[in-house]
Write a protein that binds this ligand. Structure first.
Ligand code: ADP
Length: 607
């Protein structure tokens, strides 16, 4: 008893442990997904920052290169500096990696604070500077420059002029500040500046798209939209990588990086004159780069300048925005996807575990049923065998000599033998059904045909017991889908029971009529004593025999009704029992009718 209750509780305990394990797994997964999301956020930020830094650095490198090509060489005497600009222009076009960057070169002159400022443009064909009017788009720069033209090159005002974002261009002085401690010497080029105008069409139409492709696109396209805005005029986009994302849609963006500024690139060191920067006069001609905050330092080494440097912001700003809203939205989408996958896996795991538990319980129940079946069959076999053996012994010992008695013994052996055959046949049928080996061949058939066949099979029994049969079949009934032979045996079983348990009434009612929800009902009723209430829940279990049947010595093995119920269920129907009218009991088979469509198409016989 103790071990049974333990065996019963074991699956529940296992189920509880498994559910607890699943819950722990779910919590761990949740935490793990949180950590993965945090790492994913960090990774996305880092890779975005690195890609953005490469973009701005590549552009700034070309701008700084242009500046260094045209900046004044300290050792060149003032009168030769413009000639050097002409030579450098040729060199730029011959050897710069991206010569289209420079559109044209101007000289801006203002020799005294009150004097008129003039503009000359470089005519490459004639290799000289030619006076020209001030273009209207230079107006703002001209105003700023006139205010600052006579300031020393290292003064803050002069330095702020270096990059003109709105042109876009570079303002390069042709003179130098004296080294610390030295007094300024008169310089004929004081107040003279070069204006190197960059080609915005080439930048926006060629350089930026190629940098975007290089740093932001993979085989699936780009996850980010890029915008380059002019500082001071942030609503005006200099460049948009995707016209579907206008400037207004960027908001604060996921990352903003300054660009269009001069920076000390190691690979451009040779363009600065090749001498130690400390000894070169005018070393501050290239505005020093700002020291980057730690987090902003690019991964690649050797690019940042060492030492004390002032921070200088760029004239333009690169703004990056994730296409799915913001970077946080993209991280949330990844998190949702991971959560979905994890939940799916957990659900699969839970379902598998549940199914395994159900399968285990089913196997246990099947094993128990098999044991009960074997026990039931052996018990039922034993009774007729004992009777037959003792009858045989008596006959063999010559105890029975009277011919009448010999006939009785013969009849006994014959009836017990039939009982044995019935039992073996029913046991085989039940075993076939339970193991799934029994295959039915359903066809559309009339229910009345099944009933009449069963009555025909039972005609000797009915005659012998003097049972009056009342047959009632409704007209216009649909066909039922049934294995006619199996269903006929099931109805025969019900008829035999009605005769056996119908008492002295000698009446049997068989009724076929239309049932609910498209079913056809076959009812077999008797007017016997009926069925005890406590027997009702067990009637259809194999080897169950009613208390009165067993006590009254009624022949039987308790397999009949369980077979009827199996056959009905295998046909998609069921069997029910109800009290008879006015007495007895009525068993009803509910069988699915053939639908009109099935009737037209014909029903395929299962393999
Ligand atoms: P068996 O008839 O061999 O005992 P069944 O499975 O056919 O086995 O029936 C199981 C039990 O159901 C019977 O022992 C009997 O108690 C009860 N039973 C079946 N049919 C009737 C009926 N028509 N009237 C009363 N009791 C019945």
């Amino acid at each position: 008893m103790k071990s049974k209750s333990f065996a019963q509780r074991l699956p529940i305990a296992i189920a509880v442990v498994l559910v607890a394990l699943l819950a722990v797994l779910a919590v761990l997964q949740w935490q793990w997904i949180g950590e993965v999301s945090a790492m994913e956020r960090h990774r996305m930020r880092m890779s975005l920052f690195i890609a953005g830094s490469h973009f701005t650095e590549d552009f700034d490198r070309e701008v700084t290169r242009a500046y260094l090509y045209f900046h004044a060489e300290p050792m060149t005497p003032p009168e030769a500096r413009l000639d050097r600009v002409l030579r450098q222009y040729d060199r730029w076009n011959a050897e710069a990696p991206y010569p289209r960057l420079v559109r044209d070169v101007f000289v801006m002159r203002r020799n005294s604070p009150k004097g008129e400022s003039t503009l000359e443009v470089l005519w490459p064909a004639e290799h000289r500077f030619v006076a020209c009017p001030w273009p209207p788009e230079f107006a703002a720069l001209r105003k700023r420059w006139e205010e600052a033209a006579l300031e020393p090159p290292s003064s803050p005002v002069a330095r702020s002029l270096t990059v003109a974002g709105e042109i876009p261009g570079l303002v390069i002085p042709l003179t130098f500040s004296p080294p610390a401690g030295e007094s300024p010497r008169p310089d004929p080029l004081a107040g003279v500046h070069l204006l190197v105008r960059l080609d915005q069409k080439a930048i926006v139409g060629d350089l930026f798209p190629s940098l975007t492709r290089r740093y932001f696109e993979n085989s699936q396209g780009s996850d980010y939209a890029l915008a380059v805005e002019a500082k001071g005029n942030p609503r005006q986009a200099v460049f948009l990588s995707d016209p579907k994302f206008p400037m207004a849609s960027f908001g604060a963006g996921d990352l903003g990086l300054d660009m269009f500024r001069l920076r000390p690139f190691d690979e451009l060191r040779s363009l600065r004159g090749g001498r130690s920067q400390a000894t070169v006069r005018g070393r501050d001609q290239v505005p020093p780069p700002p020291p980057r905050p730690r987090a902003e330092r690019p991964e690649r080494g050797g690019r940042t300048a060492s030492g004390e440097r002032r921070r200088e912001s760029g004239a333009w700003r690169l703004v990056l925005k994730h296409r799915e809203g913001t970077l946080e939205d993209a991280v949330a989408a990844v998190r949702r996807r991971n959560l979905g996958i994890s939940l799916g896996i957990l659900a699969l795991l839970g379902t598998t575990m549940g199914l395994m538990m159900v399968a285990t319980q089913r196997m246990q129940r099947l094993a128990r049923l098999q044991m009960e079946f074997v026990a039931g069959v052996t018990h039922e076999l034993n009774t007729p065998l004992t009777a037959m053996r003792s009858a045989g012994q008596n006959l063999a010992a010559g105890v029975v000599a009277d011919p009448g008695q010999v006939r009785r013994y013969g009849n006994l052996i014959e009836s017990e033998g039939r009982r044995l055959s019935d039992l073996v046949g029913q046991a085989l049928e039940l075993a076939g059904i339970q193991s799934g080996r029994r295959v039915y061949h359903p066809r559309p058939v009339e229910a009345a045909e099944i009933v009449d066949g069963a009555l025909q099979d039972c005609r000797w029994l009915l005659q012998e017991k003097h049972v009056a049969v009342e047959r009632e079949v409704d007209a216009g009934l649909p066909l039922v889908l049934a294995d006619a032979a199996a269903m006929r045996r099931a109805v025969q079983n019900l008829i035999e029971n009605a005769v056996k348990y119908g008492g002295r009434a000698g009446w049997l009612g068989v009724r076929v009529r239309q049932g609910a929800s498209g079913q056809v009902e076959i009812t077999v009723a008797d007017r016997g004593p009926g069925i005890r209430r406590e027997d009702l829940p067990h009637l259809f279990k194999p080897f169950f025999r009613g208390r009165d049947a067993a006590a009254g010595g009624m022949p039987g093995n308790g397999l009949g009704l369980s077979l009827v119920s199996h056959v009905a269920e295998a046909h998609g129907g069921r069997v029910t029992v109800a009290p008879g009218e006015p007495a007895g009991s009525a068993f009803t088979l509910h069988l699915p009718a053939v639908t009109a469509a099935e009737q037209v198409q014909g029903v395929e016989e299962p393999a």
